[in-house]
Design a protein around this ligand. Sequence first.
Ligand code: ATP
Length: 642
Amino acid sequence: MAKDNNPNPNKFRISPWLVYTTILLIFLFISFVTGSSSLQEPAQLTSSKFNIYLEKGQIEKVIVYNKTEAEVFLKPEALKDKEHQRVAKDIFDRPNKGPQYTFEIGNDQIFQTKLEKAVTEGKLKDFNFVAKSNWSDIVISLLPVIIIIGVWIFIMRKMSGGGAGGGGQIFSIGKSKAKLFDEKTDVKTTFKDVAGLEGAKEEIQEIVEFLKNPEKYTNLGGKIPKGALLVGPPGTGKTLLAKAVAGEAQVPFFSLSGSDFVEMFVGVGASRVRDLFKQAKEKSPSIIFIDEIDAVGRARGKNNISGGNDERENTLNQLLTEMDGFGSNSNVIVLAATNRADVLDKALMRAGRFDRQIFVDLPDVRERAEIFKVHLAPLKKVEGLDLDFLAKQTPGFSGADIANVCNEAALIAARNNKTAVDKQDFLDAVDRIVGGLEKKNKIITPEEKKAIAIHEAGHATVSWMLEHAAPLIKVTIVPRGQSLGAAWYLPEERQIVRTDQMLDEMCATMGGRAAEKVTFNKISTGALSDLEKVTRQARAMVTVYGLNEKIGNVTYYDSTGQSEYSFSKPYSDETAQIIDKEISLLIESQYQRAIQILEENKDKLHELADILIEKEVIFKDDLEAIFGKRNFDKNLEEIVSK
Ligand code: ATP
């Protein structure tokens, strides 16, 4: 998605090394406090050895802890004795300041008497009885728990993805992840960067105007709209429009995606919605932009069996309340974008929440030329490149596709060491985007090549002969992407499609398999994608568009998307059988029709296939040479002759 949610680079982040170092330091600290000042573990001593050392006058000081354990400090001169060699130095190889030994004293009264005697005899300098607090033992016993909690917090921080708003800490998981547009650092998009989309641009610009100058509208008693929903197919520039608003509105602009509300914890979505609106209200007037709102705004189900959608529904309910509920606030305008307005909850779409629905459709030929102009601007291209020609070659392309064509054309030109991008590079880029990458060195046997040529020639021949089939521009048997060959058409941009047009298209699609049947009397697996396409079309004719006589004027299409969750079909078993039969009949009749056309034009079919095998790519002119001029081409001439 076009959304850009950069976390703040200056934000404090926990590195795993910090965690490891902290744990290590804790260990060292504990060993320090539980051990001794010298960091050297005292050696264990037996009672008899202690008595010997005491007798020899080697002991300087004895400290008895809790009347049970004694620590023994030797005199510096005693450390030179060979017997004490192993405790003479600490771990840093310095003289060991002690205690050098430790031992269990047994009866404390007897031991004390012994020590007092030694002091009076001058064999011992000093001794002391102390009660040792064992807090270090408590720390040690708590250490595993502390480590587990530490690791858990560390994982939680990681999981919360370092979201904005609170440094991504576990405690800020309910905070909104919206990104506030920063005029200084973020790349500014303006309405000039959005080509075409005149109507949509006007409406959106008006919304910006509302916020900048609300009195102008409220003085007359009008209310500022609460929200606008941008609806349209992928890549048509909805996010781009929102970015332009961010760049031009001069009010705080919060942007986030519908999925940012969703987290693995229950209740987080609703709390994020609350937080988002709280932030936006604090900075009002402001704009909130929610991209892909269908992630949260999908219609609430009635027959929710699994309960799995509860979290999403809670989030949606919160969104509904914030947008127009008790205590909702003005001066915060919500913009949202989606590809699937049909599945959105009706309550979300009602006036008062999203007052305006702005439809952002696929660009028409004029708009495509304008989009080309925007995206060609940064390219080094040949003089006099015809934008209208490029626009006509790209029917059904979205703005994103066109941006991709321009980029791909530049890459192709660079690959061929050209100094400027020319028309052919653009045509190659279109082929590349529609058909995928050319695979010239794919291994294909001569028989396979013949079969592919016949198949593609079949498509070409049938579509040439049918009035409503899309005009053909080229046929190729160079493998590209998933396909082994392709026939390229320039479909008419129709707003409504009639039955005969659909049937002609289905017939042309079946032309490939029909040609195999006519030529080899055998069919192959090569027609899979054709069959898939025809079956989909036939099913749509019967069950969606009500174009089948037997089924009648009935549609089983559910625009709310509710039926996706139900197990039952909206029709009876009997109707299901009729549907299956009608779909099969439709496809079969078009297959037979294609066979008949090809039988009648068998010579031309084979001639075309031979040229295809030889040249691998043939254009409309080659077809014309074989079949003569196509009678039905009304506007094709001016499209392709350019
Ligand atoms: P989706 O529904 O998939 O989120 P979208 O409608 O939000 O898609 P954008 O992200 O706005 O699509 O568009 C993608 C890219 O397509 C843009 O970054 C831009 O380069 C290009 N584009 C789309 N429409 C236009 C346009 N009208 N003018 C110029 N560029 C466009």
